[in-house]
Design a protein around this ligand. Structure first.
Ligand code: FES
Length: 150
């Protein structure tokens, strides 16, 4: 939490994502009616200082971009790519430039780097309550769960 009622959560240390890399996080958010909803996201680190965040759901069929392959990038490493049907997305905008959902966009997230952490802003997350997640073993190896209230 932070001043002015804007939700800010540290997701990971800047150093946890290499420049040119991306990492998925399986979070939970508090939805409008107060219930918890799965909130898978991906954070992309384009270079030393530029980070981009998106809900990890392809606009075509709503599945994780990295499903199966575990990777987020096209072979050229310049664009994001959905592993299911190959839709390509601009890293900086999330807009689909090629594929079955061309012209649609990944849902962007507001990120900020604060004191060495990549933080997610404006989304109310469910904080880790220490209760084991019964679905944890189904998570992809590339998923990490790290929520630290700001
Ligand atoms: S589900 Fe992503 S391109 Fe079809």
């Amino acid at each position: 939490m932070s001043p002015n009622n804007i939700e800010v959560y540290a997701i990971c240390a800047v150093s946890n994502i290499e420049p040119g890399g991306a990492k998925a996080f399986s979070l939970s958010r508090i939805a409008g009616a107060g219930e918890n909803r799965p909130f898978p996201i991906v954070i992309v680190r384009k270079n030393a200082k530029d980070f981009f965040g998106y809900v990890n759901a392809c606009p075509h069929e709503g599945i994780w971009l990295n499903i199966g392959s575990g990777t987020f990038f096209d072979t050229d490493k310049k664009s994001l790519r959905c592993s299911r049907h190959g839709a390509r997305f601009e890293t900086e905008t999330g807009i689909c430039t090629d594929g079955p959902c061309q012209g649609a966009s990944l849902e962007p997230l507001a990120l900020a780097v604060i004191q060495g952490d990549v933080c997610l802003c404006g989304v109310a997350l469910v904080e880790d309550d220490g209760i084991p997640d019964p679905f944890a073993e189904e998570l992809d190896d590339t998923m990490e769960i790290m929520i630290h209230p700001d």
